[in-house]
Design a protein around this ligand. Sequence first.
Ligand SMILES: O=C(O)CCC(=O)C(=O)O
Ligand SMILES: [Fe+2]
Length: 266
Amino acid sequence: MDAMMSASREFFRQPSEEKKKCSNLVEGKPFEIEGYGNDKTVTQDQILDWQDRLHLTLEPEDERNFGKWPSYPESFRDVLHEYASRTKGIRDLILRSIANLLELDEDYFVNQLSNKATGFARFNYYPPCPRPDLVLGLKSHSDGGLLTILLVDEDVGGLQVQRDGKWYNVPTKPYTLVINLGDCMEIMNNGIFRSPIHRVVTNAEKERLSLAVSYRVDGEIVLEPASGLVDDKRPSRYKKLKTKDFVVGLIEHFLQGKRFIETLKI
Ligand SMILES: O=C(O)CCC(=O)C(=O)O
Ligand SMILES: [Fe+2]
């Protein structure tokens, strides 16, 4: 965890020209998510976030785009490779625990992950912000996938979670990962465990860093509640759709500060 955080910090502290070697914007090419930069701007009045992010595909491994993986610091690639193999183990452990809690077959969620299931890393870097009262580091959202394994800055807080309309600070604690369930998980468990709405506030004096590793099922899989969690008393609460169509809606809504899952509720 320390090695991953310090390699990320070294990457983000470089001058902008160096970071742009991993840019997600390549002249003459359409916007790509993968790489260093900002999220896409789709409307004139879109509210932007006070952050830089580096978005890298981790899974499937053969789809890693090393052209966008930082070569500075030198350790970055090896550290991320190692970190990603550890988070995959944590993913499976948590998916099995959730299945047990729901009294499903222990491997129910793990079995939904084919070798085409996706995993990506989103490194978030929040520079100090002179007007924290005016701008968020990351707008209010819920994560889209099955689950997110979040490594947060151990000194600087900023992550907040919403409950009953109120925002609560998530405390920072060294060597502690925050696990967020995502919208795909909420759908697959028929709304028993929900994906939390969260956001990041900015800090006037200190920079902040986080790394979110999110996992999703394969795009061809139809997202729907596990049959063991649907009956006459608790019918399916979400419209069915393919994961790849879900992802398109998810991104469009996220950029505008909205939640796609709300439109799928029956
Ligand atoms: O920076 C954080 O603590 C949260 C980041 C986050 O919510 C995300 O990347 O989805
Ligand atoms: Fe998030």
